[in-house]
Design a protein around this ligand. Structure first.
Ligand SMILES: Cc1cc2nc3c(=O)[nH]c(=O)nc-3n(C[C@H](O)[C@H](O)[C@H](O)COP(=O)(O)OP(=O)(O)OC[C@H]3O[C@@H](n4cnc5c(N)ncnc54)[C@H](O)[C@@H]3O)c2cc1C
Length: 328
């Protein structure tokens, strides 16, 4: 079975992986050499279905609750299972109850427990919600590792292909995110920063209740922190706006004053592809399948979407027995 996957974001790479596992011969068409063309490049990497339920529907939990297991089984050692801590500044503390009222899978915690979980936040926050079952990963690392593994499995990566070449494939999967021609899709711009500071240590994503958009800080290796993210109804790519930088920096500073001295090592904006109901879709039309609408949840939902799509083509998942580690 030979399959073309268009797009090497998280949707394309995960479905390519699932298809390779089932014995398909996969080619990936990705015209842009610069990884910054993908929304996936900008993601925080939170695998947080229970927190996301605050603004999302139940399918996000149903589809996403096993995502951490999938990533860990696929790329051992890439998932950190330390949960999520949700906090609020004293003036927004009532909003924690509202957040808790819309979510599940957490415990209420006080100042002492916050200090035990995150010593660097000790004394600064009196109340929080701890979502113990959640996890996070480093998106750029898992994208790179998936590419490495796929290459080792003889997946071809192409930057150009003619229409006749494309029509030779038995199946074509469209994973082009916001570049898809699907007119139901809209873009939701997400701006983010990467900060570096040796003066702060965090073990898990911290979500700060914020009146305008969900703000979070995700720790990464080498003293780096991803701070995100705006939610702007727009297809427009391009540099981050000054207001967004100010809001994200203010939020980081209110979590810990040492962020005021952090280095800003990167700013960026990705366009999340979303359907009107903000839920993902796998749509089959003849020998074409589209996986899209991953919205705020690409890393959380891609494993389930990849399996759905692969099941439409090759239901058996039994061909590759090699340990994945040997490819990395
Ligand atoms: C700031 C920010 C933070 C986020 N945080 C999280 C998070 O913490 N957790 C989470 O689960 N999700 C998060 N997301 C959401 C997640 O990043 C997206 O849902 C996901 O990246 C969408 O993946 P995709 O593969 O559908 O699209 P993309 O990643 O955009 O990939 C599409 C690919 O298709 C390629 N392409 C374009 N045109 C063509 C063409 N004609 N032919 C072939 N290829 C083409 C593009 O170059 C690109 O590589 C975040 C998003 C943003 C912006």
């Amino acid at each position: 079975m030979n399959v073309l996957v268009k797009g090497a974001g998280v949707a394309g790479l995960t479905v390519a992986y699932e298809l390779c596992l089932r014995g398909a011969e996969v080619t990936i068409l990705e015209p842009f050499r610069d990884e910054r063309s993908a929304a996936s490049w900008y993601a925080g990497g939170m695998l947080a279905p229970w927190c996301e339920r605050e603004s999302a529907e139940q399918p996000i939990i149903d589809l996403g609750s096993k995502a951490a297991d999938w990533w860990e089984a696929t790329l051992p050692g890439t998932v950190t299972r330390n949960g999520t801590l949700v906090i609020a500044s004293p003036r927004d503390v009532k909003e924690l109850d509202r957040f808790g009222g819309r979510t599940s899978g957490f415990v209420h915690i006080g100042e002492e427990a916050i200090s035990l979980l995150e010593p660097d936040l000790g004394g600064a926050f009196r109340k929080g919600l701890f979502f113990e079952g959640e996890a996070h990963l480093e998106p750029r690392r898992v994208l790179k590792d998936l590419r490495t593994m796929l290459t080792a499995w003889n997946t071809r990566f192409e930057t150009e292909m003619s229409a006749p070449e494309i029509s030779d494939f038995e199946w074509v999967l469209d994973c082009t995110g916001i570049a898809s021609s699907d007119t139901d899709l809209r873009g939701v711009r997400g701006e983010m920063l990467l900060l570096r500071s040796k003066d702060i240590s965090l073990s898990r994503p911290i979500r700060l209740i914020h009146p305008r958009f969900p703000l979070y800080i995700v720790p990464r290796p080498d003293n780096i922190f991803m701070v995100g993210a705006t939610m702007i109804e727009s297809h427009a790519s391009g540099p981050i706006k000054a207001r967004s930088v100010m809001e994200l920096l203010n939020a980081a500073y209110s979590v810990h004053a040492a962020f005021g001295e952090a280095e800003i090592i990167e700013t960026g904006a990705g366009i999340r592809p979303a359907y009107p109901d903000n839920l993902p879709r796998v749509v089959k039309t003849g020998n074409r399948i589209s996986i899209n609408g991953l919205y705020r949840h690409g890393f959380l939902l891609a494993p389930a979407m990849a399996r759905q799509a692969a099941d439409m083509i090759l239901p058996e998942r039994n061909v590759r027995h090699e340990t994945h580690r040997q490819w990395l």
